[in-house]
Design a protein around this ligand. Structure first.
Ligand code: NAP
Length: 283
């Protein structure tokens, strides 16, 4: 049995079309959603992400502004810019591309963004809202995973879900979102004992580890839904996931490829959060 492929590119294109329609409707009411993206320094990966975010904004009819600041920008200069953007009525979302240079406190910067403009959902107020289930913004990657499950009619209610990874941006919020959807959730990490025994119990397995092709077929229950969040480069420099795709696809019921799975969804969910931030100003 070969797994069905969960197509993040197609799902993403469909969602962006729906976002564009909603943006047009808001524009007709005199509100243009606006996103400010701040990048500090010359990290090439960050540069690619920021360019993709700008492109997605254009595709969704969202106004975007980019602030490309030099590496030597001081913390106070960055905080001043964030405070200015907090006050702007035409900017609904503020995204500071991480990582920041070492001399700037990421925590301080994130906490300075107004929670209602924190479209990455990294501010503690938004993180807390995810715990209680009463949230407006969800971190983009876990939200993208949930949107994919939804698109493919995969109901997680009552199912065993195992998340490998406990980072604040992926693993933890992913576990919480699955829990809100009534899955029975286990979170694994680098200190987990007997990992394969646990992952083999999963009906839904989410890999967010950051280790090339770490999840092998012997770690997966036949018929499981396997979601690969990982983005790693293999020896040939090609983008690959945390899951050994070829062998796991033989036994899973559904699987996300890398590239073309979770990746395209992340930016789409950022567009969704920016739209939501603009809608909130109109409510
Ligand atoms: P991270 O902060 O480095 O967290 C990795 C997690 O994996 C940690 O909780 C770590 O456990 C766990 N881990 C590491 N080795 C392990 C092992 N041998 N067994 C079990 N667990 C292990 O990474 P992240 O930011 O969550 O990202 C994870 C991956 O997703 C990366 O490849 C990243 O590039 C990718 N990513 C993709 C997107 C996207 O848009 N598709 C977005 C964000 C991230 P400890 O906590 O014990 O250290």
């Amino acid at each position: 049995m070969a797994a069905k492929i969960i197509d993040g590119k197609a799902t993403s294109a469909k969602m962006r079309g729906a976002i564009l329609e909603k943006v047009e409707a808001l524009k007709a009411r005199g509100i243009t959603p606006g996103l400010a993206v701040i990048i500090v320094g010359n990290n090439p990966a960050s540069r690619v992400y920021v360019n993709n975010k700008k492109k997605a904004c254009a595709e969704c009819g969202i106004y975007s502004e980019e602030y490309a600041l030099p590496e030597e920008t001081t913390e106070e200069q960055l905080l001043t810019l964030v405070r200015e953007l907090n006050e702007r009525r035409d900017i609904n979302g503020i995204l500071v591309q991480l990582p920041l240079p070492k001399h700037i406190s990421e925590d301080k910067v994130i906490l300075t963004i107004r929670p209602e403009k924190d479209v990455d959902a990294f501010h503690k107020q938004n993180v807390g809202a995810i715990m209680t289930g009463d949230y407006e913004f969800v971190p983009c990657t876990p939200a993208g995973v949930m949107a994919l499950l939804d698109e493919y009619g995969i109901d997680v209610t009552g199912k065993r879900a195992v998340v490998i990874g406990r980072s604040n941006i992926v693993g933890k919020p992913q576990a919480m979102l699955l829990l809100h959807k009534n899955a029975t959730v286990t979170v694994c990490h680098s200190r987990t004992q007997n990992l394969a025994e646990i992952t083999r119990e999963a009906d839904i397995l989410v890999a967010a580890i950051g280790k090339l092709e770490f999840v092998t077929a012997d770690m997966v229950k036949p018929g499981a839904v396997v979601i690969d969040v990982g983005m790693n480069r293999n020896a040939e420099g090609k983008l690959r996931g945390d899951v050994a795709y070829d062998e796991v696809a033989e036994i899973a019921s559904y699987i996300t490829p890398v590239p073309g799975g979770v990746g395209p969804m992340t930016i789409t969910m950022l567009m969704q959060n920016t739209l939501r931030a603009a809608e909130l100003t109109a409510e």
